[in-house]
Write a protein that binds this ligand. Sequence first.
Ligand code: ADP
Ligand code: MG
Length: 304
Amino acid sequence: MLEVKNISFSYNKEPVLKNISFSVNTGEHLSIIGESGSGKSTLLKLLYGEYDLSKGEIHWNGKQILGPAFNLVVGYDFMKYVAQEFDLMPYTTVAENMGNFLSNFYPKEKQERINELLEVVELSHLANIKVKLLSGGQKQRVALARAIAKQPEIILLDEPFSHIDNFKKQSLRRNLFQYLKEKNITCIVATHDKNDVLSFADNMIVLHDNNIIAENTPKELFDMPKLPLIASFFGEFNTIVPYGIVYAHQIKVIEKSDLKATVIQSYYNGSFYLIEADFKGKTILFNNQSELEKGSKVSITIVK
Ligand code: ADP
Ligand code: MG
């Protein structure tokens, strides 16, 4: 279990994180979300022991995580961290990068393990290519494979799929998160992508103003976003009196109703259109199966 007790940290004078506390059970997947600059990366670095805390303590299964003032070599065997800027060996191959932390004592087992890792991150076809020749997304996949090569107890991932294109992202995300769950590896992911969270995280925390402003399961936070900031993470939404936060998918066009909206614009979105409309002098957004004519009046209802 990871225990974060009342930690504070600042790079200079301004605090980045203030009195943060949370815990993560073994095998749990926790997402850390928040706007850019809210301190997600800083928090992961603190969990890794990269900086000294101004206040508070971090423990993994009772062992205290210490910063460089108390721990000369940053990091611990039981923990792996994949930073936003990954650190690879450019002049060696993909397979060699993945095998770098594995023992040479059992060559057959080592090769099998590398093959397994290549499959998890879908890089088998590039096993013998030098890393410097890879794209940003391919390098990120090598970095992920390296982090799980020697099974850690806990893994910290900073926007792990940010460089990976949509063609690969979906399957890679499923592969990696399923793999971590199967192996009961505790996983903490900083992200601004709801797709990293909704299907995979057991819990999520929302950072804002140096603090945790919400902490719950993704489902609870999605179903009942108490703040616009939380709703905005999940998608388009409106604030409508007296309904409160209303997602775009919670407004439906119906045959007849007292609520009338005037269409301003339709945006094609693949499986639906996002409609921008005027509702009592305010702009609202809602989803609709088909395009709606500019200037037309529609009856709407709110289904929460
Ligand atoms: P996020 O990952 O959520 O985008 P960061 O943890 O990177 O946020 O940054 C949090 C705040 O700390 C920001 O205001 C950022 O400018 C500042 N910051 C990040 N790294 C450093 C650093 N090495 N030195 C000084 N300030 C930093
Ligand atoms: Mg960051």
